[in-house]
Design a protein around this ligand. Structure first.
Ligand code: GTR
Length: 327
């Protein structure tokens, strides 16, 4: 080997190695969230990024775009499908029409408690639901808590089904929720989360439905001061990845992403429990009128929803499997 050739070879090798190292080094996954910085879902994905950085020697990290910077949930779901966004943290509800299995954990009063929801979503039922994302172009990575959704409005407390009559509620964007709230006797209108505050303020809607941390962090409590704890759904959150982005990762990196996502679930639950209490305190201190609800008639009114939405053998079976955990 001549000296010149050896030098050229060394340079070429270094360059190739360098390019590879640079390419391998810099993977920054873009992740969307509708919630503001500090919200448990946002913090959980940031935590996941730290875990991932550690397990990949700093090669892979996640940049979280909070406060719907990348769009409202319907838009980010679409963009994630096309690989424009790598990761998306959304509620299961706007996925109901895209991944039918997500309907089951959103069903009214399907879980008996927070613990029951966690147990179901941690086990084989949760795994099966996450797997159902793949044919739709997503990889389901983790399920996060979302507490229980209850009604709030600007008119009066909801104590009975009669109190819902004539009120117009914004619901999360899912037909299941439209039908659920209509079945309870109110008028449901689906709308993007970011439009709810002004909708309440201008009187376009009388109320909406959500959990403590969302009710508080969105400041909806400022314009809808009656919060009635009917807890009609415990529909959880999901962290999903674009199948297009996923397929670009090596199997080892896919494994690292999955593991980091799983670890973020434990972290999220700690943050969630603390945030629920904190948010409740904030709205109580702000003078919100909170009331408990006798939910028996509410549960009864949901029978047609089970008939309409658990309408395939697969979904019926999933509902049964959830019920079996409660025996
Ligand atoms: C929240 C959920 C958000 C969003 C919002 C909504 O509970 O965390 O992802 O779906 O509800 O009502 O649109």
């Amino acid at each position: 080997m001549t000296k010149a050739f050896a030098t050229a070879l060394a340079v070429a090798t270094a360059l190739a190695g360098g390019t590879l190292a640079a390419a391998a080094q810099e993977i920054v996954l873009r992740s969307a969230d509708t919630h503001p910085d500090g919200y448990p879902t946002v913090e959980a994905v940031k935590y996941m990024s730290d875990v991932l950085k550690q397990s990949t020697d700093g090669r892979i990290s996640i940049q979280v775009f909070d406060s719907h910077q990348l769009g409202e949930e319907k838009e980010t779901i679409e963009q994630t499908k096309f690989g424009v966004i790598d990761l998306d943290r959304v509620n299961f509800a706007p996925m109901n029409g895209i991944v039918p299995a997500t309907i089951v954990p959103c069903m009214p009063y399907i879980f008996t408690s927070k613990e029951n929801m966690r147990e179901v979503m941690d086990g084989p039922i949760g795994e099966d639901i996450l797997k159902a994302f793949e044919p739709a172009g997503y990889v389901g990575l983790a399920v996060y808590d979302s507490g229980a959704r209850s009604f709030y409005n600007s008119k009066h407390p909801i104590k009975t089904l009669d109190d819902l009559k004539g009120l117009k509620f914004r619901v999360i964007q899912s037909d299941l929720f439209v039908d659920m709230v209509n079945a309870l006797g109110a008028n449901a209108t689906p709308m993007a989360y970011g439009e709810v505050y002004s909708g309440l303020q201008t009187g376009l809607i009388d109320g909406a439905e959500n959990n403590w941390p969302s009710y508080e962090s969105s400041k909806h409590y400022e314009v809808a001061k009656y919060y009635s704890l009917d807890q009609h759904s415990q529909c959880p959150e999901v962290l999903m990845m674009s199948k297009i982005s996923w397929d670009k990762l090596s199997p080892e990196d896919q494994k690292a992403v999955r593991e980091a996502a799983k670890k973020s679930v434990t972290k999220m639950r700690e943050l969630w429990d603390a945030q629920e209490a904190k948010s409740r305190k904030i709205v109580e201190d702000a003078g919100v009128e909170i009331n408990e609800v006798d939910v028996k008639p509410f549960i009864k009114a949901m029978d047609p929803i089970y008939e309409k939405y658990a309408d395939t053998p697969e979904l019926k079976e999933l509902v049964k499997r959830v019920r079996d955990t409660q025996k």
